[in-house]
Design a protein around this ligand. Structure first.
Ligand SMILES: [Fe+2]
Length: 267
């Protein structure tokens, strides 16, 4: 297990920025305004927006510690895939198509920095430690969703690592779950794509280890998504991926006809 030490008990966690420079910067600004001493990165800084080289520079400038996500591991390996790990092959193909510009502007030094990112990473603070990962501490592209969270496994990850809070990303849907006395699990959501709820704002998490019990909250952050969408269109990005920033909904594969017919028959 990799460890780092920070002198702050109030931290922000950002993840899944996908190359969205203004959204990640807005999250960092909001975190500072909310009294966070540092920002941690839960992976997938690169993705469908491109601007990969600029995003690496932004992450290095504003984040105090960071783990790799599946996008960083793919770019570091020189692979033109997303590595998201969706069960649905159509969804995985769509994610890979979206990820096509993820390495835009990533030069040799940036690629070497990406290759050196740890996963997972324990972050020690004066109030307790945060176990920072992208998917799960065990698998970089595991989907830790609130509705099917294995609370026992999450608790064991924390006990085995000596950490108080598990912080992850990857799914795009933020949540906070108290596991036991003194322990929390947090998914910070996406700092680069809306939460698929019709709201173009992005999300990140604040973790506060300064009290008797760790606490966490999900922050909603609006940014100039209209201007950024215009920039991405000038960059030549596909409209089906740009539109999700404006509409607040994700692009999804069209349902297969046979599946649609079965669903209708069931109803
Ligand atoms: Fe991911």
């Amino acid at each position: 297990m990799h460890w780092t030490v920070l002198p702050h008990s109030r931290l922000a966690v950002v993840g899944c920025a996908y190359g969205n420079l203004p959204a990640l910067a807005a999250c960092c600004d909001d975190a500072a305004a909310q009294g966070c001493g540092a920002v941690l990165g839960a992976g997938d800084y690169l993705g469908f927006c491109g601007h990969g080289g600029e995003m690496v520079a932004l992450v290095r400038a504003r984040l105090a510690a960071a783990v790799a996500g599946n996008h960083e591991q793919a770019v570091a390996a020189g692979e033109a895939v997303c590595g998201c790990g969706h069960d649905d092959p159509a969804q995985e193909r769509l994610s890979c198509a979206a990820a096509a510009p993820q390495a835009d502007g990533v030069d040799g030094p940036a690629r070497a920095w990406l290759a050196a990112l740890p996963h997972p990473l324990a972050v020690a603070t004066p109030g307790g430690a945060v176990l920072l990962c992208h998917g799960s501490p065990a698998v970089v592209n595991a989907f830790l969703r609130r509705e099917d969270l294995d609370r026992g496994q999450a608790g064991r990850w924390l006990v085995d690592s000596g950490c108080a809070v598990l912080a992850c990303s990857h799914t795009g849907h933020p949540w906070v779950e108290r596991l036991a006395v003194g322990r929390l699990a947090v998914n910070c959501g996406s700092a680069g794509r809306p939460a698929d709820d019709g709201d173009p704002a992005v999300r990140y998490a604040i973790i506060d280890l300064g009290g008797a019990e760790p606490r966490a909250e999900i922050r909603r952050v609006a940014y100039d998504h209209t201007a950024w969408a215009s920039q991405l269109r000038r960059d030549g990005r596909e409209e089906r991926f740009v539109a999700q920033l404006v509409e607040g909904r994700w692009a999804r594969p069209a349902p297969a006809p046979a599946r649609t017919l079965r669903s209708l028959a069931c109803c």
